[in-house]
Structure formats: structure tokens, C-alpha cells
Ligand binder design. Structure first.
Ligand code: ADP
Length: 162
């Protein structure tokens, strides 16, 4: 069975993430969407439990997608899960340098896992969780940026954080 891991912060999930998840689900037998706990990043807008719940809700109709979290090295998680691939979404050249460095490091740490880059959907090239938070905090409409099932909760969550 070919298992892929799609790691990220997902604070919160956007249509850009969902488009990568849907495409990865067609390529692999199972896709594990993993909320990575990053102690170096400032506390996010959504708790890890909330992020997981939001992802679960908008991937509920994709049977080969599972949602998990991990506090540690991605290469180690890949070993534990017997994963074949780490999926990364690429939006623009600016994503590339960092992702390339990560991919080579992960290969060094775990030669059995390959990083696979999926390009962003053309409509979502500009989209990030930070953009969603910025627009929403300033009172803009983010309904085009996030899946409809989680739209209300995302808006409420961002506004609560101020
Ligand atoms: P961000 O906070 O920038 O949205 P994440 O850490 O949650 O980033 O992103 C997880 C993964 O999803 C990364 O590989 C990132 O490049 C990718 N990604 C994020 N947004 C998009 C998008 N709009 N299109 C394609 N890939 C994306």
C-alpha cells in the first residue's frame, strides 16, 4: 500500500490545501494529512485539536484521507507510518528554496521516503492561511478561500482571536 504524508500547519485549512489533498488522494492509496506541532512557531490562531477537526470535516467525503498530528521529526513520522512519499504544495518560486532544502534534509534522514511536489491549483496560487487570517481580521470576505463546511467556524475562530 502506497502511503503519502501531507504535512503542514493548517492554521486554518484553505482551499489551496484541499486542492493538494484531493490530487494526492488520487495518486496514493492513503494520504495522511498531518498537523505538525512546531514549537518554534508562535502559537497559532487555532488550537491543534481545532485544526484537526476542521480538516476532518472537509475531507470526510474522501475515503482514503486520514488526519493526524505529530510532534517531532517528519522523517521519523514517515518511518513509523511506512510512508512512501511526503507531499508538498508549491505555490511560487518563493516556496521552492525552503521546500528544496527540506526535501533534501528529509531524504538524508530517511532515504526510503521521496518528496513529491504538487503545484497549487491556478486559482489558489496566492492563497495561504496567513492571507485568510489577514483578510478576515480586516473584515473581508473569505468565503472563496476556505471550504464551505468550515467557513463559519473559521471566521468565528479568527475573529475570536482578534
Ligand atoms: P501556509 O500557512 O503557508 O498555508 P502550511 O504550512 O499550512 O502553509 O502548508 C502546508 C503545505 O501546503 C505546504 O507544502 C505548502 O506549500 C502547501 N500549500 C499551502 N497553501 C497552498 C496553496 N494555496 N496551494 C498549494 N499548496 C499550498
Amino acid at each position: 500500500m502506497k502511503i503519502a504524508i501531507y504535512p503542514g500547519s493548517f492554521d486554518p485549512i484553505t482551499n489551496g490545501h484541499l486542492s493538494v489533498i484531493k490530487r494526492a488522494a488520487k495518486l496514493f492509496d492513503e494520504v495522511l494529512v498531518v498537523v505538525m506541532i512546531n514549537h518554534q512557531k508562535p502559537v497559532g490562531c487555532f488550537s491543534y485539536d481545532e485544526r484537526i477537526e476542521l480538516i476532518k470535516r472537509c475531507t470526510a467525503d474522501i475515503p482514503n484521507v486520514k488526519v493526524d498530528y505529530y510532534d517531532g521529526l517528519l522523517a521519523e513520522y514517515a518511518k513509523i507510518k511506512n510512508a512512501t512519499a511526503i507531499v508538498k504544495g508549491l505555490r511560487a518560486v518563493s516556496d521552492f528554496e525552503h521546500e528544496f532544502q527540506q526535501a533534501l534534509t528529509n531524504r538524508e534522514l530517511n532515504p526510503d521516503v521521496e518528496t513529491v511536489f504538487v503545484t497549487a491549483g491556478a486559482d489558489y496560487m496566492y492563497l495561504s492561511s496567513s492571507i485568510v487570517k489577514q483578510v478576515c481580521q480586516l473584515g473581508g470576505d473569505v468565503s472563496k478561500f476556505v471550504p464551505p463546511e468550515v467557513y463559519e467556524d473559521i471566521v468565528t475562530g479568527i475573529k475570536k482571536k482578534g
